[in-house]
Every structure is written in structure tokens, then in C-alpha cells.
Design a protein around this ligand. Structure first.
Ligand code: I6G
Length: 678
């Protein structure tokens, strides 16, 4: 009996070690050694043994990350070493002043070495390890006292339950940021919208909410991560003598540290680092709100000491805030090309995310209801990266008495046709079709746009003007525009008018994919237009295809097939195509190649991260042109993953599965190798 128990203990210990190794490789090294399925298998094996022998379960077992019985409240704990806050810098001048203060205090006239790290937008956390085992996790609180959230932090994969290797002090307090990566945040909110549960305003709030759940089983399901950035209490052992070396030590003991950590030899190098990370910011997998610069030498840090509650040896140089409060002045309803009626918030202009914003999307009727927003409210606007500014919440405390409810229109604000919402769809649509002037204008803008007919000189404003002045009513009218009439338009001379007519004339000779895309069929983007053209070769063949045949084409599902088929069935659309051909629009049909004959036939690619030269759709279209399938997630069947900066979990998964990963330059080379001129 005792023999078999020993054997079991050895088995458990071996399984735990192996799982810990895989966790470390996955989370800390970003270099998984086995597929998820293998990890799951080992995990289940350990779980089964522990279920039969609960007396052998220890708190540091990898199975103990799933959460525990809900608490009624968090206990307050005292930080033995206070958790300080950081001073902020908002300009280059502020940062140079900081450097000057440091040098003055150290009576030094030589350059100081600084450690540079992105400041993740999450929550500060303290983790205490005793003899290498996690003993307590606590929030920062007011810096002196925080809340004991041990049960919750234990569920986070990047929080080591026990330290790796050796040489760590008997008591070690590791500090860092718990954050939610952007893709995890998006998925969480998407699901919340479907379930009607709480939608979080930003990744930081989502992280905070998740970490403060009394039921740690919920925390266990949230995509949280830890990035370590310093140590607090240290007893019974010594740490390295510079900040960057300390971080390397932590990394070795199993903590994830920031990959962009660097040292700068002077404050001017710090400024370049801040600039460089500012450029990378939008492409990172997580939100950052600034850069933290720390005097790297810990002895110098001690000499510098603290002022009130912030260290003199560190500063956070903030980036422009991505959220600001402003007033909702009005809501207008815009009608798009496909009739979608979108509420647009008109705002008191506000500087956010580095630009002045005066409009933000409110998405749809459900979103207005969810936010409970009224005209006159103070609202929080978020603008992160290139994403359209969003209204993320309402400051209810500041609601004025005369705040006005937003009434979603039953009729199109432009043409008066009824607005309909298809069951199960969030979008409300004007039913006016091309009788609606708004839809007509948008259809013409789309037709003329760069990726469609590419009509030089015909921008959105001019389309508005031409329609408003009744010079055109549809895209066909473009081809009979009169020089005289155009040159009489406001701010238009004879020369510009001639340029416009030349632009229209030059665009007549086009390509089949461009023409299909220009028609503005719902759900037919550039990529689908290309595949349609390649698979069927001519417009006639596409028009004649039924939904079944259309669905045999790469990437065309039942919904898209339905839209395409329906579009070509309508008499007014057939007349439109004929009229355009008569006006001189022409293209060459394509030789239909069986997909099997194309060079990347049978291969599945995934595109992830931000590419510099292409949008994801463009990259996808090129790959499809070569016969590849482009999938949204990485699996064993994936041939290759094309990555740009900010590639997150898909890159990790590819590495885990041993799938080939190429960067943008290699992708360009691949396309060129197949004769695609990019
Ligand atoms: O809030 C913080 C974020 C990042 C920090 C910090 C940090 O280092 C990268 N470092 C210190 C020392 C403090 N807060 C107090």
C-alpha cells in the first residue's frame, strides 16, 4: 500500500513538473513545447489521480487554478513595504526635468542609465512567495493596505504557484500588473453582448472587475495575465543590483516580464524609446498608457529615496489618454450604402487618443439602450488606435435635468421609407433601396472609390455636390456628365471639371474583380469579388450562378451566396450593368482556373497582427487569388501564418503547433514569387 502511494506521489510529482514546464514555456517564454491537446491530456490525468486521492492535493498543483468556493468578502491586508505610486510626465520637457532632478540630487554630471518599460494599463498586484510557494496575492489598495485576492490570482496562468529553479529569497514579494489582452477583452465583450451580461468599458475595467470577483471560478474563466515589474519585501536572500537584472531573475523564476524592456544610456535615449513605443502602441496585444523610466542602479535608487508617496528614481511618461469625458450634443442617424441606419453621436470636441474627436458611433438601437444614454449627457469617449471613436459609458451623476431621450426613427431620416430590423440582426435598415438619396450617394462614393473603379478626382464631397445639384442620380449618369455643368459647380473651375471627366473616362477600362466590387453587393468585399471573378471568369457566369453553385466557391457561404444571387436577379440591377457597359465600362474576362491548379491550392493560411503594406482583407485577397484558403484561426491544418506587429494568441498557437510563421517581408516575397506585383 505504502509502496503504491509512493509511486502515486512520484507520478503526481512528475505530472505537476511537466505541466509547470509547459505552463512556463507557454506563458513566459511564449514558446509552447506541446499542443494544447497534450497539455489537456496531462492535466486530466493529474486531475483524475487527485480526484481519487484528495489527500495528495497541494495548493501549488496546476489543477488548483480553477477557482474555489466563493468568498463573502475580501480580507484587508497590510503591505509591509508600501506600494507606491509613480509621478507622471506629460511632455519631453517634463522628462528632461526629471533627469535633471535625479542628477542634481545625486550631484552627478554624467548620464544616468535608465530601465525603460511600457506601463501596462491594468491593476498593480503584490504576490508573496515563501520558500518559493505563492502565499498571498493582494491588490495595491491605497498603497498601505490592500485586499487579499489570493484565490483569484491563483487562477491566472502567468502567476507562478511556485517558483522555478533556485536562488530566490526565503520571502519574496513580486509586484506587477494584472491586465487583460485586447483580443481576450473583445471576445469577452462579444459574448457579453450575446448573453446580455455586463459589457466592460475597456480592458482595464474588465481586468479589475474580473480580479475582484468573490467567486474565483469566474475569474478563472477570464483571460487575465500578469507582467512582473519589481520586487517589494525581500527576506532571507539577496537580489541583483540593477533593476533590469532583477527582472531577469524574476523571469528565470517563472515570471513573465515585458518583452520591450530596454535600458537607455541617457534621457535622450529614453525620449527615443518613448517615441518608438508610441508608434508600436496600437499594434501591441495589450493597452499601455505610458512608459516607466527607472534609474537602473538599485544603489542609486536607494540614494534617491522617495518624496511623499512616489519614488524619486522613477517616472511614468504618459501617452495621450484614450478616454475622455465630453458632452453629447446631439444624435444624428446616418444611412449607409446598404441602408443601415447608424446613430452617430455629435460631441463637444474633445482631444482623445491624440486627435480631436467631435463624432462617435453609437452602433445601433441596442447599444443606445444598453448605454442608457441621453442627449445632453456627459459621456466617456474612447479612441484606441485607428478604431472609430466609441461612446463607452455615461456619467449618470452629471445628467442634466433637461437630458433628452434618443428616439430611434421608424422612418428613414433621408427618404422617409420605413426602417426595418430583421429578427436576430442588430442593424436597422432603410427599405428605400436606391430610391433613398443617402443610399444612392453612398453607392456612388463606393463605386468611385480607390479599390473599386478608382475614379481619380471624384471624392466623397464631390459626389455629394453632384447629387445635391441633381447632375447625377446614379453611377450611370457619371458617364454623361457635361463639362459646362460640372465647371459651374461651386469651387470647381474649367480645369478641375476637365480633370474629373478625364478621370471618369480613364476608369472605364477596368478589371472584373474591381467591377464586381464596385457594384456594392452586400457582403461582397474586395476579397470575395476577386474569388468570384477567378472562379467563374465572367460577369455573365456570376449572374447566372444559383446559390448552390456560388457556395462551392472558396469563402462564399449561404448568406453571401443569397445576397449575390438576389442582386443579379433584380431587373434594375441587370439594367444597371447593361447601361454601364453601354456607357463604355469594360473589362476582360478571366480564364477560369480550377482552384486545384492554383499554386497555393489546398493550403490554409492565417493572417494576424497589423501589416504595414496591406489591410488584412487585401492580404487575404492575394492569398485567395493564389488558391489558398484563409482561415480565422490556427489549427493543425494551417500551412502558414503571416504575422505583423501585435500578433497575439494566433502566433503563439502557430508556434505551439509548429506551423510555419512568416513576417510581412517574407509574405511580399512569396506574392512576388508568384508574379503578384506588390
Ligand atoms: O504602476 C506601475 C507600472 C509599471 C509601477 C511600476 C511599473 O514599472 C514598469 N513601477 C513602480 C516602481 C511602481 N508602479 C510604483
Amino acid at each position: 500500500m505504502s509502496n503504491s502511494l509512493t509511486e502515486l506521489q512520484q507520478k503526481i510529482s512528475a505530472l505537476r513538473d511537466e505541466l509547470d514546464q509547459h505552463n512556463y514555456a507557454y506563458y513566459v517564454l511564449d514558446d509552447p513545447k506541446v499542443p494544447d491537446a497534450e497539455y489537456d491530456r496531462l492535466f486530466q490525468e493529474l486531475k483524475a489521480i487527485e480526484a481519487d486521492h484528495p489527500e495528495l492535493i497541494t495548493p501549488d498543483s496546476p489543477t488548483q487554478r480553477v477557482g474555489a468556493i466563493p468568498l463573502s468578502a475580501f480580507e484587508t491586508v497590510q503591505h509591509q513595504v508600501p506600494m507606491l505610486s509613480l509621478d507622471n510626465a506629460f511632455s519631453d520637457e517634463d522628462l528632461r526635468d526629471f533627469d535633471k532632478r535625479v542628477k542634481d540630487r545625486l550631484k552627478s554630471n554624467v548620464d544616468i542609465e535608465y530601465a525603460c518599460e511600457p506601463k501596462l494599463d491594468g491593476l498593480a498586484i503584490s504576490l508573496i512567495y515563501r520558500n518559493g510557494v505563492l502565499e498571498r496575492g493582494a491588490t495595491r489598495g491605497d498603497g498601505q493596505n490592500g485586499e487579499d485576492i489570493t484565490q483569484n490570482v491563483r487562477t491566472i496562468g502567468t502567476v507562478p504557484l511556485k517558483l522555478r529553479g533556485n536562488g530566490y529569497p526565503e520571502v519574496l514579494e513580486v509586484r506587477g500588473e494584472i491586465y487583460m489582452p485586447k483580443d481576450g477583452f473583445e471576445k469577452l465583450n462579444q459574448q457579453a453582448r450575446l448573453d446580455g451580461s455586463k459589457v466592460f468599458v475597456n480592458p482595464r475595467n474588465a481586468a479589475a472587475g474580473s480580479l475582484r470577483m468573490l467567486d474565483s471560478r469566474i475569474t478563472a474563466k477570464r483571460p487575465l495575465e500578469l507582467c512582473a515589474y519589481s520586487v517589494g519585501l525581500v527576506e532571507g536572500g539577496d537580489m541583483a543590483t540593477t533593476h533590469t537584472e532583477v527582472l531577469q531573475q524574476l523571469n528565470g523564476w517563472g515570471f513573465k516580464i515585458n518583452k520591450h524592456m530596454a535600458t537607455a544610456k541617457s534621457i535622450e535615449e529614453c525620449l527615443s524609446y518613448h517615441q518608438k513605443l508610441g508608434e508600436l502602441r496600437d499594434g501591441l496585444a495589450y493597452d499601455i498608457d505610458g512608459i516607466v523610466f527607472k534609474v537602473n542602479d538599485l544603489e542609486l535608487q536607494r540614494e534617491l529615496g522617495f518624496v511623499s508617496r512616489a519614488p524619486r528614481w522613477a517616472i511614468a511618461y504618459k501617452f495621450p489618454a484614450q478616454e475622455q469625458v465630453t458632452k453629447l450634443v446631439d444624435v444624428e442617424f446616418q444611412v449607409g450604402r446598404t441602408g443601415a441606419v447608424t446613430p452617430v453621436a455629435r460631441l463637444e470636441p474633445v482631444f482623445v487618443g491624440g486627435v480631436t474627436v467631435s463624432n462617435a458611433t453609437l452602433h445601433n438601437r441596442d447599444e443606445i439602450e444598453r448605454l442608457g444614454v441621453r442627449v445632453g449627457d456627459s459621456v466617456v469617449i474612447r479612441r484606441a488606435g485607428d478604431v472609430i471613436p466609441q461612446v463607452v459609458s455615461v456619467v449618470l451623476e452629471r445628467r442634466p435635468e433637461d437630458a433628452r431621450e434618443i428616439v430611434f426613427p421608424d422612418d428613414c431620416p433621408v427618404c422617409g421609407s420605413p426602417v426595418e430590423t430583421v429578427a436576430g440582426e442588430a442593424v436597422a435598415r432603410c427599405t428605400g433601396g436606391l430610391t433613398c438619396q443617402a443610399q444612392r450617394k453612398e453607392a456612388i462614393k463606393h463605386y468611385a472609390s480607390r479599390k473599386a473603379m478608382d475614379i481619380e478626382g471624384l471624392g466623397d464631397k464631390l459626389v455629394e455636390q453632384l447629387v445635391d445639384e441633381q447632375l447625377i442620380d446614379s453611377v450611370v449618369d457619371l458617364y454623361s456628365l457635361d463639362l459646362e455643368a460640372v465647371s459651374n459647380l461651386e469651387r470647381m473651375g474649367q480645369k478641375s471639371a476637365q480633370n474629373l471627366l478625364d478621370g471618369i473616362e480613364n476608369s472605364k477600362q477596368t478589371t472584373l474583380p474591381r467591377f464586381i466590387y464596385a457594384l456594392g453587393i452586400r457582403e461582397v468585399g474586395e476579397a470575395t469579388a476577386r474569388t468570384l471573378a477567378q472562379s467563374l471568369g465572367s460577369l455573365e457566369a456570376i449572374a447566372a450562378a444559383d446559390t448552390e453553385q456560388l457556395q462551392t466557391i472558396n469563402d462564399v457561404g449561404p448568406v453571401v451566396a443569397h445576397f449575390i444571387h438576389e442582386w443579379f436577379c433584380r431587373a434594375e440591377h441587370q439594367q444597371l450593368v447593361e447601361a454601364l457597359k453601354e456607357a463604355g465600362v469594360s473589362w476582360e474576362n478571366l480564364a477560369v482556373k480550377e482552384v486545384a491548379e492554383l499554386p497555393l491550392a489546398g493550403q490554409t493560411y492565417v493572417v494576424t497582427g497589423t501589416l504595414e503594406r496591406f489591410s488584412r482583407d487585401e492580404a487575404k485577397a492575394f492569398l485567395q487569388e493564389l488558391g489558398a484558403k484563409v482561415a480565422g484561426s490556427v489549427s493543425k491544418k494551417t500551412q502558414c501564418v503571416v504575422t505583423g506587429p501585435g500578433a497575439g494568441s494566433k502566433l503563439t498557437k502557430a508556434q505551439e503547433l509548429g506551423v510555419e510563421v512568416i513576417d510581412e517581408q517574407a509574405f511580399v516575397d512569396l506574392l512576388r514569387g508568384f508574379g503578384i506585383n506588390v
